[in-house]
Design a protein around this ligand. Structure first.
Ligand code: SF4
Length: 384
């Protein structure tokens, strides 16, 4: 096995634990046994190995939201970032408690769209385009036969709960990178042939998915709060919020070219949060689960460069010693907020749960739960 190590000083490939780390790991194992079926630990692919080893399920945000919705555990400890834990809380009952081991674990992309900004954009886009807000209909999702032209909101899972509530109330849908095509099609079916979608907060996922669906880039203007649209929004099909992922925007066309020059038979697979130019020159793109499956399907000896978060790339390299796997950017650092979930925090919240507390309890206010649930349930009901 070979893997290009990142230049930042983190222990991606060092799976040996220090005595202190081993003691923490052993204690987490004991606490999991004590809590038994009352506890479910969910781990995102971007978590470090010393967290993943304790997860009941490892997956992308779509799979983990499904697992949360299906679970009957009293405590769901979400080893991911804040918006994921919020979604788990929305999809579970009042008797279940969702815990985030470190409350500082947010997502810089999710922070790029606030409810206030989206409401301003929504009103301005409706004023400029003359499109109809689905909320004005008695059934905001039964629009297909209405004959009107609507503006339908679609939010990426990587957004705060109040934005999911906005989307749900305005006849829209939540999506993940796994089902973005299905979610956009769902939205277009309701918007009508002359309608449009407002997609937030990740411009790259929206643009890449729109392109995959055959939409010309000229029909996908970008909206920046405080500035407005870059390009004509009247007659457009997808208005893309200006947000981006600080990890995935680092993957570039020159990196792909450098890898191909070095590895003429090499394969490049990237996440659709990468810029479109990078996605366009790659061999494949898809969600973290897609990337896992894609690597699995490659023949022994395959030489693969991956454009996604380094913890996941390093884990894939460990799992596939018969393939050469490297990160497309050899200077990339991990998602800094995902990395805030340290095993010591996981141990601490489990100790406190045993003591009768519900630490770092993620509770989405009831006032925004109903709309958020609508948006999430629409997402869970569509095919990919
Ligand atoms: S990888 Fe990017 S989108 Fe995912 S949690 Fe980190 S900052 Fe957010």
């Amino acid at each position: 096995m070979t893997v290009s190590l990142p230049m930042c000083s983190v222990d991606f490939m060092d799976t040996s634990l220090s005595a202190e780390e081993q003691a923490i790991s052993d204690r987490i194992t004991e606490l999991r046994v004590q809590l038994g079926e009352d506890l479910l630990i969910l781990g995102h692919h971007y978590q470090r190995d010393s967290i993943v080893m304790h997860a009941d399920f490892l997956g992308d945000s779509f799979m983990l939201s499904q697992k949360a919705a299906e679970s009957e555990a009293k405590y769901i400890v979400f080893c991911g970032v804040h918006f994921m834990a919020e979604s788990a809380d929305i999809l579970t009952t009042d008797e279940q408690h969702v815990v985030l081991p470190n409350l500082r674990a947010g997502c810089s992309m999710a922070d790029m769209a606030t409810l206030t900004e989206v409401k301003i954009a929504w009103d301005e886009i409706i004023a400029q385009t003359g499109l109809t807000d689905p909320i004005t209909r008695s059934d905001p999702v039964a629009l297909a036969d209405d004959g009107g032209s609507f503006l339908v909101p679609v939010t990426y899972m990587n957004s705060s709960a109040d934005l999911k509530d906005f989307v749900g109330r305005h006849g829209g849908i939540v999506c993940t990178s796994t089902n973005a095509t299905g979610a956009l099609q769902w939205a277009f079916d309701r918007a009508g042939p002359n309608g449009a979608v407002l997609f937030f907060p990740d411009q790259h996922l929206g643009r890449n998915t729109g392109s995959l669906m055959g939409i010309d880039e000229s029909l996908m203007p970008t909206w920046t709060p405080g500035i407005g649209a870059m390009g004509a929004i009247k007659g457009s099909r997808i208005i893309l919020w200006h947000g981006f992922c600080s990890v995935h925007k680092r993957f570039t066309v020159p990196q792909v070219e450098e890898f191909r020059a070095r590895e003429p038979e090499g394969i490049v697979v990237v996440h659709p949060e990468c810029p479109k130019e990078t996605v366009d020159v790659s061999d494949a793109n898809g969600s973290t689960q897609f990337i896992r499956n894609f690597v699995q399907q490659q023949a022994p000896g395959a030489r693969i460069a991956i454009g996604t978060e380094i913890n996941m790339v390093a884990r894939l390299a460990q799992e596939h010693p018969d393939k050469h796997i490297e990160c497309l950017d050899d200077e990339i650092c991990p998602c800094s907020t995902m990395y805030m979930i340290h095993p010591a925090y996981l141990m601490d919240v489990l100790e406190r749960i045993i003591d009768g507390e519900v630490p770092n309890h993620i509770q989405v206010p009831k006032s925004i739960k109903e709309g958020s649930l609508l948006g999430l349930e629409r997402m869970l009901s569509i095919k990919k």
